[in-house]
Design a protein around this ligand. Structure first.
Ligand SMILES: Nc1ncnc2c1ncn2[C@@H]1O[C@H](COP(=O)(O)OP(=O)(O)O)[C@@H](O)[C@H]1O
Ligand SMILES: N[C@@H](CC(=O)OP(=O)(O)O)C(=O)O
Length: 441
């Protein structure tokens, strides 16, 4: 059995629904379908999930949210009518509208998936199974035992189901949503629960490219990836696949295929435990994220001053800011944090650090992180130096390099303004090197 998850762009309008049906009907093994909320399309510039978030913001500000909700309503009724379906989607929309004043964030924001799945189930002639009936969370973790117990009631030899992604329920039965992009996680959890042969993730690109196609035109596709490489690329910003969606399938060694709803005939990316790859390839993929802040502290022989380090950590702890990376030297220590995670606490953190008897506290703002990912890097970490060399040749100032011993990635900190240039440089260099090597053989 295959689990097929269709992302927001794949279900954005009636035309996309038709492509989904063709794909599902092309293979009888595609019996579990998971959908995200209708996303952006040629005529709709905002995802339904973001429209629902807007409704909540207006509600909380005491402003009129009805025009935005009416827009959502028109989208779903429009899809229903264009496909000639009989689902009384107005009833569901009315129920949701009645609850807006008093409902939770998670309930409201999850309704895009609920409504999209209802329409899709009718269109495919599959059974609609609300994720709220079986997908149970303990805190932020899926309770697999309880979820499979509940899902079993809906599974039979002829199972053909459509499930809304992105949400389940908590221990008390209240709707619980996942992090953004969580539809991928729902698909992966379902693949785990039904022990699928393959987890298909249908999106609007033909697989994962070596670099973000919005930055590098005609970026080459990565034909095969390991789970680890995908994990690192997703963590470092490849938005095609949510990083938390890897563990559930990896646990059961279920391969992932990343495919294009708009071009199902094209090959995609296959993700498995191990892959056979061209030995000369320096890097499998490159990805990154903008808007980091580096806070660096200096103190003579800091590596021996545990009293000072303890003071620094106890000050920092009060702010509850998650640090993505830390790097240390004999006399220095740096914390890397995403700007939006600081939530306006930067000045307070700096003031607190200044009380810690340090020689200096410095700040590097508007930093982007760019990661080159490859299994090769864990075996030949010195390869990172080659990348550093050609960044240097391109006059890109590298503020920091992070690479741990057995790591499969090396991360470079550059200025935000050099972000796109850095990605392009790494991409061009690794590809021209591969070509030259081939010509020489
Ligand atoms: N390395 C990459 N390879 C492919 N796509 C990428 C990459 N990095 C970023 N993307 C972007 O991810 C998008 C697909 O993710 P997303 O919008 O979440 O899809 P969906 O709506 O199917 O869930 C692509 O349209 C592409 O612009
Ligand atoms: N709709 C949710 C969940 C999701 O996975 O969406 P998408 O498949 O469009 O990335 C979001 O926008 O975050």
């Amino acid at each position: 059995m295959k689990v097929a998850k269709f992302g927001g762009s794949s279900v954005a309008d009636a035309g996309q629904f038709k492509k989904v049906r063709e794909i599902v009907e092309a293979n009888a093994d595609r019996r579990v379908v998971v959908v995200s909320a209708a996303g952006k399309s040629a005529t709709e510039s905002i995802k339904v999930t973001d429209l629902l978030i807007e409704v909540e913001k207006l509600r909380d500000a005491g402003e009129d949210y009805r025009p935005v909700f009416k827009h959502i309503e028109r989208r779903f009724v429009g899809i229903r009518d264009a496909l000639g379906l009989n689902v009384a989607i107005e009833n569901d929309l009315q129920k949701i509208e009645k609850r807006i004043e008093n409902c939770s964030h998670d309930y409201l924001v999850s309704r895009g998936e609920f409504l999209t799945a209802k329409l899709m189930a009718d269109f495919l002639g599959f059974q609609f199974i609300d994720a709220a009936r079986f997908l149970v969370f303990d805190g932020h973790k899926v309770n697999y035992g309880e979820s499979i117990n509940r899902l079993r009631d809906f599974l039979s030899v002829n199972t053909q189901i459509v499930v809304p992604g992105f949400y389940g329920v908590d221990e008390t039965g209240q709707i619980h949503i996942m992090a953004r992009g969580g539809g991928d996680v729902s698909g992966a959890v379902l693949a785990n629960l039904v022990d699928a042969d393959l987890y298909e993730n249908w999106t609007d690109v033909s697989g994962i490219k070596m670099a973000d196609p919005r930055i590098v035109d005609h970026s080459r596709r990565i034909n095969e990836l390991t789970y680890d490489e995908l994990q690192e690329l997703s963590y470092m910003g490849v938005s095609v696949f949510q990083e938390e969606a890897i563990k559930p399938v990896e646990q059961r060694q279920i391969p992932i295929a990343i495919l294009n709803t708009n071009h199902p005939e094209e090959d995609g990316t296959l993700v498995e435990k191990t892959v056979h790859r061209d030995q000369d390839q320096l890097v499998t993929g490159v990805a990154g994220k903008k808007d980091y802040v580096i806070i660096s502290i200096k103190k003579y022989q800091l590596n021996k001053r545990f009293d000072i380090m303890a003071k620094v950590f106890s000050e920092i702890q009060r702010f509850n800011v998650p640090f993505e990376y830390v790097s240390s030297g004999t006399d220095s220590f740096s914390f890397l944090v995403k700007k939006d995670q600081l939530a306006g606490q930067l000045n307070a953190i700096l003031t607190a650090l200044k009380k810690c008897d340090l020689d200096s506290v410095t700040l590097d703002q508007d930093v982007a992180l760019v990661a080159a990912v490859s299994h090769e890097l864990s075996e030949r970490p010195a390869n990172a130096g080659k990348i550093l060399d050609f960044l240097n040749d391109s006059q890109i100032k590298v503020h920091l390099v992070i690479q741990e011993g057995s790591d499969i990635k090396v991360v470079f900190g550059v200025a935000n303004k050099d972000y796109e240039k850095t990605i392009k440089k790494i991409y061009r260099n690794i590809n021209s090197k591969t070509k030259k090597l081939r010509m020489a053989i």
